[in-house]
Every structure is written in structure tokens, then in C-alpha cells.
Design a protein around this ligand. Structure first.
Ligand SMILES: CC(C)(COP(=O)(O)OP(=O)(O)OC[C@H]1O[C@@H](n2cnc3c(N)ncnc32)[C@H](O)[C@@H]1OP(=O)(O)O)[C@@H](O)C(=O)NCCC(=O)NCCS
Length: 280
């Protein structure tokens, strides 16, 4: 009989899924996400569990890498490991993206639709006009980019045609409104030594911002970056872009530094923040 060869990544994913595959452990993880640090006593007060069984569940969650702890004895504190959960989410999202790339798969009703009635899929030439409109809103709003030249559908169609498989453009599509956002993995630098770094862009239609579309696109993009073998994602943004900052911080991007007075936009100096996320 053949034995199953598992990569280290697959083995880690399976370990984490096994750890979480119990209603009570899943609930412990959800409760831990709500607070910074938590003692076993505080968890016991929230959950219908004896101290010994809570301890067993926490041991399993620590063993599979979902939960971390610090301190000892009754003073020991527990918290989730956000990097581990990002890894799990990124792997699953990348798997979904690959599945979605099979033509015909999304014909089954509801298969590709998320909870908000949104689908994330690879962009096609037919999306060029919507991508141009949404990008132009970002340019005009002066919140997102030092770019000032508006785009046309033709220019975006050419841009789409130049993309290789490692640098996809994804679109978020609303069941009722069509394309409501796009995101892309961009080449950071053509030198081969930079092959493991992807720059990213994410733009949501003006009237659709703040309903989780940026979050959805960035999750999908990270999944694709992992699936495409990137080691790291980087971005440049305006530190004054509150939704952008919130989005990137929540996805675990860390600040590399700030270029002060990097751009002159409408006669005003603009700072640019550089952020990165190591995908591991
Ligand atoms: C930045 C952008 C991509 C975020 O996408 P979005 O769909 O609007 O954001 P989401 O709804 O997913 O929200 C992301 C986070 O930002 C927060 N947020 C949303 N709007 C906000 C606002 N006006 N002020 C502060 N935080 C805000 C959300 O609460 C959420 O954080 P949470 O999950 O902790 O609650 C989108 O606003 C956009 O396209 N802006 C113009 C273009 C741009 O700035 N692109 C980024 C270039 S670097």
C-alpha cells in the first residue's frame, strides 16, 4: 500500500485543523481572540468545563500551534497565535483560489460566494473597465497613491495582458453590483534576487468601502501569494489612510519605515509608509 507523503506545510495545516476540530476547542479559540491574554481560571469561568478538561484542550491547542502561553502555574496566560491562524487562513484561501481557477467550477450555485454575496476570482480582460473606474476613484480621492494619471479600460486591458501567473489580478464581484474591488500581486523588483517578494495593490469602489471587501481581497491575495511561493508581501501607502492602515495591521503587516515628504500631491508634501509581511 502507498504511504501518504506530506509536505511540512500540509502536516502543519492538518495539525491545526485537527486541533480546532472540536466545538469546545473552537470556542476556546474564539474566546481567546476576544482578549489579549487570558488565564485558565478566566476561561473556566466562561466555559462549561472542568479545570482538568480545560487544561487538556489548552494543551491540544498549544500542541497544534494555535495557542501560545506565558508564565507558569495559575498565573499562566494564554493567547492565540495570530501568525499561525494567518498561515492556516492563507493556505485555505490559496487552495480555494486554485480551485476557483478551474473553468466551470463556479457554475454550481453559491459555490464561490462568500457570506456577503461576494465572489473573489481572477480578473479577465472583460473586467478592465471596472478596474479602471475603481483605480481612478482611488487616484482621484488622493488617499491611496502618488499616481495622478487616470487610466482607461484599454490601458488596464493591456496591463492585465502583461501579467504572468505569479502576479495575478483578483476581483471581488458582488452578486448584484458586479465588480466592486480589485487587488493585485505586483513584481517588486525584476532582479532575480527579489523573486520572493511581491508588492500589492488593493482598491475598493468608493461607495462599497467599509463593508469588508478590502479584507476579503487581501485574504485572497495573501493566499495566492503563499500558493505562488512568495516569502514576503510588501506595500507602500499613505499613513493617513485610516482604513488602509487598519486593514494592513489587522492582516499582520508591520511598518518598515516612513519616507517623509516623499511625494508632492496637489502642492502638499505627502509621507509614504512602507509595510511588510513575512509569509514564512
Ligand atoms: C483601503 C481599502 C482597500 C480598504 O478596503 P475596505 O473594503 O474599505 O475595508 P474593510 O471594510 O475591509 O475594512 C478594513 C478595516 O478598516 C476599517 N475601516 C474601514 N473604514 C474605515 C475608516 N473610514 N476609518 C477607519 N477604519 C476604517 C474597518 O473597520 C476594518 O477594520 P476592522 O476589521 O478591524 O473593523 C479601501 O477603503 C479603498 O479602496 N480605499 C481607497 C484605495 C486605497 O486606499 N487603497 C489602498 C492603497 S495603499
Amino acid at each position: 500500500m502507498k504511504t501518504l507523503e506530506q509536505s511540512a506545510v500540509e502536516a502543519r495545516v492538518v495539525r491545526m485543523l485537527r486541533g480546532l476540530a472540536s466545538p469546545i476547542r473552537f470556542r476556546i479559540a474564539v474566546e481567546l481572540a476576544e482578549r489579549k491574554e487570558c488565564s485558565a481560571a478566566a476561561l473556566a469561568a466562561m466555559l462549561p468545563l472542568s479545570a482538568s478538561s480545560l487544561f487538556e484542550h489548552l494543551t491540544v491547542l498549544r500542541g497544534c500551534g494555535v495557542v501560545q502561553s506565558t508564565g507558569a502555574g495559575p498565573a499562566r496566560l494564554f493567547c492565540l497565535d495570530p501568525t499561525a491562524l494567518d498561515f492556516l487562513a492563507g493556505f485555505l484561501s490559496g487552495t480555494a483560489q486554485r480551485a476557483r481557477s478551474w473553468a466551470g467550477l463556479v457554475e454550481a450555485p453559491g459555490w464561490a460566494e462568500g457570506s456577503m454575496g461576494l465572489t473573489v476570482r481572477d480578473a479577465t480582460a472583460a473586467d478592465a473597465a471596472a478596474i479602471a473606474t475603481i483605480y481612478n476613484q482611488g487616484i482621484e480621492d488622493r488617499v491611496a497613491t502618488l499616481e495622478t494619471v487616470l487610466r482607461t479600460s484599454e490601458e488596464r486591458a493591456e496591463w492585465l495582458a502583461t501579467r504572468g501567473p505569479r502576479h495575478p489580478v483578483l476581483v471581488a464581484e458582488d452578486r448584484n453590483i458586479a465588480v466592486v474591488g480589485w487587488a493585485s500581486l505586483n513584481s517588486f523588483n525584476p532582479r532575480p534576487a527579489y523573486d520572493h517578494v511581491a508588492d500589492l495593490s488593493v482598491y475598493v469602489a468608493r461607495e462599497q468601502r467599509g463593508r469588508g471587501i478590502g479584507d476579503l481581497l487581501l485574504s485572497a491575495l495573501e493566499g495566492r501569494a503563499r500558493a505562488n511561493g512568495f516569502h514576503k508581501m510588501v506595500l507602500a501607502a499613505f499613513p493617513t489612510n485610516a482604513p488602509g492602515m487598519r486593514l494592513y495591521e489587522r492582516h499582520g503587516f508591520l511598518t518598515v519605515g516612513i519616507y517623509h515628504e516623499q511625494g508632492l500631491l496637489d502642492g502638499r508634501w505627502v509621507d509614504v509608509i512602507v509595510m511588510e509581511k513575512i509569509l514564512g
